[in-house]
Design a protein around this ligand. Structure first.
Ligand code: IPM
Ligand code: MG
Length: 379
């Protein structure tokens, strides 16, 4: 292998991406579209079963809009690990073409094969979708009022170690390299989104998380660019932490409630948001918004639980986090009132009223029964 040539190709590819980001326009205005196409991607494992329930809930909330032709749903069911492994691609071409016809997506879990699994070691469908649709902001809220926790993480979603995660190089049997990418426009857009969010929601503090003392070039850039963006938001207090202390501070009872909005490069964001979600009951309870300027995708961030399907238990899988992702979707595309209704229904059905319990087994409610329960709590 000619390493210099390979590296040159990577550099050219990333420089082209930088130029594209620089010339990119504003965020799409969903309400200005004649028609909003909502893609429903089942994914694999329990994904199709739980997304079907979220689809039912959204269809009820948007019934008038569907009737008026303002909203259509498009079910995309080829994004399974079987198809992806057979095509040798993270997302098969025909599936990707269907996805790109939509404006916004609701996505179930997709299996990410690991080295040594029975599946071809294709790239994660999540990561590929984020890159293909340029979904650069992964927004993950974590709220636990009784602990004083109200955090919103803005995880950069297209760069860092993920940008070239499948393009590392084995020089020989002893030496391997991966590449980490941080760009000015890539950092600027996530930082702006976080500060805008903070301003619009009356948040007083934005925290930047890096390891810039050690990873000087890329994290140094991330920190500098975020601080530069911060200058346009003088009313907001800014602090910066290293990722190791940040993981500790999240469990520090005296400090943690002071954090509000956090901005992180991709991998630190991946790790810290798992830790954070644990406070509210684990990643399974968290929804996640993947926002770009032209598309957006909302997903449950738990796994695909293939064993439940093998044992015929997928009808008992808990659809609440993908339904929560659906509420985030409604809010993002301009139906805030409907989103609020759905968040309230989730709160009632999961916390205050709790007339049904989902156990994942026949002794608990089915996903369909839970969706019925939610639907009975909304107009
Ligand atoms: C997440 C997940 C993904 C990620 C995996 C499935 C590739 O952990 O959404 O946080 O690392 O981004
Ligand atoms: Mg993760």
């Amino acid at each position: 292998m000619d390493y210099i040539k390979a590296f040159e190709a990577i550099v050219a590819q990333q420089l082209a991406r930088v130029e594209k980001m620089k010339s990119d326009t504003d965020f799409i205005d969903y309400q200005a579209l004649d028609k909003i196409i909502i893609g429903v991607i089942g994914g694999d494992g329990i994904g199709p079963a739980i997304t079907a329930q979220a689809h039912r809930v959204l269809a009820q909330l948007l019934a008038d809009e569907v009737k008026a032709g303002k909203v259509t749903f498009k079910v995309i069911d080829g994004c399974t690990i079987e198809n992806r492994a057979a095509a040798g691609k993270a997302i098969p071409d025909d599936v990707l073409a269907e996805i790109k016809k939509c404006n916004v997506l609701l996505k179930g879990p997709t299996t990410t094969p690991r080295k040594g699994d029975k599946w071809a070691n294709v790239e994660s469908a999540n990561v590929a979708m984020r890159k293909e649709l340029d979904l650069f902001a992964n927004v993950r809220p974590v709220k636990v009022p009784e602990l004083g926790i109200d955090w919103t993480f803005f995880r950069e979603n297209t760069e860092c170690l993920y940008a070239l995660g499948s393009q590392g190089v084995n020089i020989n049997k002893d030496l391997a390299f991966d590449f980490r990418v941080i760009t000015n426009p890539g950092t600027e857009r996530i930082a702006k989104l976080a500060f805008e969010y903070a301003r619009a929601n009356g948040k007083k503090r934005v925290t930047i998380v890096t390891k810039a003392n050690v990873v000087k070039t890329t994290d140094g850039k991330f920190l500098d660019v975020c601080k530069q963006v911060a200058k346009d938001y003088p009313e907001i207090e800014v602090d910066d932490w290293y990722i190791d202390s940040m993981t500790a501070k999240l469990i520090d009872e005296k400090r943690r409630s002071q954090f509000e909005v956090l901005i992180l490069p991709n991998l630190y964001g991946d790790i810290l948001t798992d830790e954070a979600a644990e406070f509210q009951g684990g990643v399974g309870t968290a929804g996640s918004a993947n926002l770009g300027k032209h598309y957006s995708m909302f997903e449950a961030i738990h796994g695909s639980a293939p064993r439940m399907v093998d044992e015929g238990r997928d009808i008992y899988a808990d659809p609440s986090s993908v339904i929560r992702a659906g509420a985030m979707l409604l809010s993002h595309i301009g139906y805030q009132e409907k989103a609020d209704q759905l968040f309230a229904a989730l709160e009632a059905c999961l916390v205050t009223e709790k007339k049904l319990t989902i156990t994942g087994r026949p002794d608990g409610a089915t996903g369909a029964q839970f969706a019925d329960y939610i639907m009975s709590r909304i107009k």
